[in-house]
Write a protein that binds this ligand. Structure first.
Ligand code: SF4
Ligand code: SF4
Length: 303
């Protein structure tokens, strides 16, 4: 089986569902959101990251690379990813931890063993396991389905954190084992969705309607991004869509932050979201009231 790449297994997480949780971040997502604060989670394969700030130009990596994949540019190492065989020798020999690879393949037993270590915390806090990303639902379903079955057999509360852009069948297959879907909605205007997320929102909205019809427990999460969707009209569009189509119990409004922008440099990518702004706390309160006044009493900021 083609195993998915895991970016991170985060322990003691308080923001990805109820209680204390272990969150597994899968690598790979088909959307390319302009504000993405985890650009390393977009590609489905292992990736090299280099920190210019940490690098002290000792050039050990160049001497140690067996593939001669590293040269110098302006005194700093420059890695040719076409020649690099991802042997990780340079990672071990960099004294300043300036080099790293993101993404590690694990089989179900290895992942399960890691999750089991935190069982005591789930039991005491009514927490559980959250599968996130990247996009967990865009991973190999032949891996995800037996994983959630195994977790459910063990009695774990399972949350799926999803952007909705994945085959409907994947959702329907795992739905009986999932306690909560943390489902992102960003824009109802499809032209803007295409522009800022790189894909149409039709599949996302259709999947949401269908899993709601199937009785899924859904927690809507709305990233509020200044310059993209923070305006009242965009929010009212979302409200209208939810009222018409979804039986939901909770809404999280998540203000945009730009904490992940330095990662673009490490991946040798250009951040395209310099024009984005963070909504003020007062404005977030206005949006919260808007949702509450429209019947979504269980709306909170953050989470
Ligand atoms: S080994 Fe690390 S610190 Fe030294 S040049 Fe290479 S990346 Fe920079
Ligand atoms: S991972 Fe291996 S091949 Fe790639 S740059 Fe480092 S030492 Fe060279």
């Amino acid at each position: 089986m083609n195993l998915p790449h895991i970016i991170n297994i985060q322990k003691y997480s308080l923001h990805d569902g109820d209680g204390i949780r272990t969150t597994v971040f899968f690598k790979g997502c088909h959307l390319t959101c302009i504000w993405c604060h985890n650009p390393e989670s977009q590609s489905f394969t292992k990736e090299f990251m280099f920190s210019k700030e940490k690098c002290k130009s000792c050039l050990s990596c160049i001497k140690r690379c067996p593939s001669k994949a590293i040269a110098t540019t302006h005194g700093k190492p420059c890695t040719n990813t076409k020649l690099c065989t991802q042997c990780e020798t340079c990672i071990d020999f960099c004294p300043y931890n300036a080099r790293e690879f993101i993404g590690e393949q694990k089989n179900i037993d290895e992942l399960f063993k890691e999750i089991e270590k935190d069982r005591i915390f789930y039991d005491q806090s009514y927490g559980g396991v959250t599968l996130s990303g990247g996009e967990v639902m865009a991973q190999n379903i032949e891996f995800i389905l037996p994983l959630v079955q195994k977790l459910k057999n063990r009695g774990y509360n399972i949350a799926i954190d999803t952007c909705g852009f994945a085959p409907l069948n994947n959702y329907l297959k795992i739905l009986p084992y999932i306690d909560t879907f943390l489902y992102d909605i960003k824009l109802i205007d499809n032209q803007k969705h295409l522009k800022y997320m790189g894909k149409s929102n039709e599949l996302i909205l259709d999947n949401l309607k269908k899993i709601s019809d199937e009785g899924a427990n859904i927690n809507i999460r709305i990233p509020v991004i200044g310059g993209v969707n923070e305006d009242i009209k965009s929010m009212l569009d979302i409200i209208d869509f939810l009222k018409e189509n979804i039986k939901t119990f909770k809404i999280n409004l998540l203000p945009y932050h730009n904490l992940g922008t330095s990662k673009y440099d490490k991946l040798n990518l250009k951040y395209q979201g310099d024009f984005l702004t963070t909504p003020t706390p007062d404005y977030m309160e206005i949006l919260k009231k808007l949702f509450i006044n429209n019947g979504f009493s269980n709306t909170i900021i953050g989470g």
